[in-house]
Design a protein around this ligand. Sequence first.
Ligand code: SF4
Length: 366
Amino acid sequence: MYLMRGGRGDVLYVGKSTQVRTRLLSYFRLPWPEHRHARMLRETAHIEWEPHPSEFAALLREVRLIRAHLPRYNVRSARPLDKWWVITIAKGLTPRLRVQRASAAARSRDVAQIIGPFASRRPLVDALRVLNDALGLRDCSDRIRMHVRDVAELFEEHHPAMQRTPACHRYETRRCLGPCVGATSEYEYRTQLTRAKAVLEGRDDSPQQHLVREMAVASAALSYERAGWLRDRLTALQDLESQLARVREALSRPSCVYAVPGRQGDDRLYLIRHGRVVAEARCADPDSVNDLQALESRATQAPSGAMVDQLDELLLVESWLRGRQGERALVADSVVGALQALACSYSSVGSSVGSSTSNGISSTSA
Ligand code: SF4
């Protein structure tokens, strides 16, 4: 792990390599000013490096440093967040459900709630269109001005807001409550938004149930085209629900302890809660292992949604463990279980013929 700092001490770049010296020397051969790293080198006044006992430790540190410093030259390293999509609910009187890149959501100051992450955008867009139509929520641009009314004003037939025409057909076709034309109150809109949140949190399946009933009616009336259209909408909502269930499962996952064999015997234990690393301990240091055990016994409450500022860490842990089946043997329910798993991995390495990589255990230097 290495950091390149500018003249004022600002972090320009956070990098990770098993051959730091070779990597840094390679920057000197890059064409200037065409190459980004060559330009970065010109601005660099100071280089720091820190060894880490494993690839996982280095990745975790890299993610945290990038989050803390947002280095200008870390375009590539910022991409893991760019690959993922989230549903966001903005602040304001009449917020809309929106599909955004995880990186954009993490940077935004207007986001009140984030749901996700998800691997692809298209299914989310399709499902949110169905949900918005079912609950009458707006899906238009933030540039369109909203004119919600007080409840008393709803009965004023000639209220100025009612003289406006909507900017889209969704109000005319009864798929939107029409906050742009003053056809709804803030309370009514908020009620529907609360229902949408309940659907996204798996507490309400009334939109799906409604579609099932409509499908039955269409089929009974031999209106097969409409039944097929309704089935596609139902499938979109069901697909979203199965993706949301996966996210909820990751967030509500109970504590686990991940043992990572380290270089030169520097083995580490990581306490993972709700998909994120909350503490770590050096196996060679009994005090730090005891501290981790004490922390492990403390109960915590699961977050209701992905925490924006730690989304990158959630994604790192998810993709690391998903992509390495061999590492799962080193994940245990407790500190004691993780230490036992680590001991087993060493005994199996000792008894196996061949290298340590045969059982999937990595001890790569950072
Ligand atoms: S009817 Fe108005 S508020 Fe609703 S989506 Fe269309 S423009 Fe937006």
